[in-house]
Ligand binder design. Structure first.
Ligand SMILES: [Zn+2]
Length: 364
């Protein structure tokens, strides 16, 4: 969406007292006040400001301190594969960018250092948006992000992974009842999109309510850089930027896309030690054995069968299970359709199917 405006005519972008010239990328931060050792606490932010007018998009990772795949997605989008900005392999050319990309690689820095989901006070920041200026430490982090980044963004992508006890096939979650969110989710280009308006206080719910359409990526598991999940994130963000006219890009979308209103978890009917027989992305038939449960000496005590025919989107990784624990999140889909969804993504107009099973993703 080049408008032909020259660099000289494009206004600089201002962030917390720093002026960012068109066609540049600049490191800035959101200040949070001192830590226990008198150390300065802040959220690092990197701003790519384009040379022609366009939307402001926020890209946020690490609200949960142990979810690292999204952190790597942001790193690659800022610096390219060699991790050196302004070299040939950079994914986003600042001089060709329309609009502004606000990158937040890690919101919950102290949670990351502690290798935990919550802030040092153990609260989940992703239940506290829009935050409180004079609230507790986690509410203040939420407030700083909401005021500094969310309110300034026209669109937002929030990058997450499953908790350490589970893993997810990369998929986008969005509120299907908000057209702008669903459009962003379709543009991102995962084969599976799950409907979810997000829990109360979650970034995607509160930001979307404040007129910043927001989608969430769930990719892989916590505590890891998993490059398949990272690349799915990079591709998706670039697809969305192309869709919004921020960069020149031919969308690369899957041949088949499932819009899932509800999906169902297969659950353990007995406790014990879990041996999973499937991986995320596998297609399973109704009645197919997907896991074994053993006693402490390893003898099989139970078999878990798939309650439906479909695709494994989420999977338990923790071998310790109790009756009722979720084992596999399965999205209804025929084997033929899922095979078609696997072809190299380069479609412009995917075949779309709606799936409505009996349980919501938020119930896990
Ligand atoms: Zn998360």
């Amino acid at each position: 969406m080049s408008t032909g405006v020259s660099v000289a005519e494009m206004e600089p972008f201002h962030f917390e007292g720093t002026e960012i010239a068109p066609g540049t990328g600049v490191e800035v931060s959101l200040e949070l006040g001192d830590g226990p050792a008198g150390n300065r606490r802040s959220i690092p932010v990197y701003i790519l400001h384009g040379t022609s007018p366009g939307p402001v998009m926020g890209l946020i990772a690490g609200i949960h301190g142990d979810e690292l795949n999204g952190v790597s997605v942001v790193h690659h989008l800022i610096h390219g594969d060699d991790h050196i900005a302004n070299t040939d392999d950079d994914t986003i050319d600042r001089t060709q960018l329309s609009g502004t990309l606000i990158c937040v690689p890690v919101v919950n820095i102290e949670g990351m250092l502690l290798e935990q989901r919550g802030a040092p006070d153990n609260r989940d920041i992703n239940r506290l948006f829009p935050g409180k200026k004079e609230g507790n430490q986690s509410q203040r982090i939420a407030h700083a992000l909401f005021e500094g980044v969310v309110k300034r963004s026209d669109y937002l992508i929030d990058l997450h992974s499953a908790p350490h006890s589970r893993t997810n096939l990369p998929h986008v979650r969005a509120d299907f009842d908000l057209k702008d969110c669903l459009d962003l989710a379709r543009a991102f280009g995962t084969q599976i999109i799950l409907h979810s308006n997000g829990p109360k206080g979650s970034l995607r719910r509160e930001a979307s309510k404040h007129d910043t359409p927001t989608i969430l990526l769930e990719a892989g598991t916590a505590h890891r850089f998993e490059m398949d999940a990272v690349h799915a994130g990079i591709e998706g963000v670039l697809n969305v930027m192309g869709h919004l006219g921020m960069i020149e890009r031919k969308a690369r979308l899957p041949a088949v896309r499932l819009l899932v209103r509800r999906s169902k978890w297969a659950r353990a009917e007995a406790g014990g030690l879990l041996y999973s027989l499937v991986k995320v992305g596998d297609h399973v038939k109704k009645g197919q054995k997907i896991a074994l449960i053993t006693d402490p000496l390893g003898a099989k005590t139970h078999t878990i069968e798939s309650p439906r025919t479909g695709v494994i989107v989420g999977l338990a990784l923790n071998p310790l299970v109790r009756a009722g624990d979720p084992i596999a999140n399965i999205v209804l889909c025929s084997a033929t359709k899922w095979r078609r969804a696997q072809v190299e993504p380069d479609t412009q107009d995917p075949e779309e199917e709606s799936v409505d099973d009996e349980e919501s993703v938020d119930d896990a």
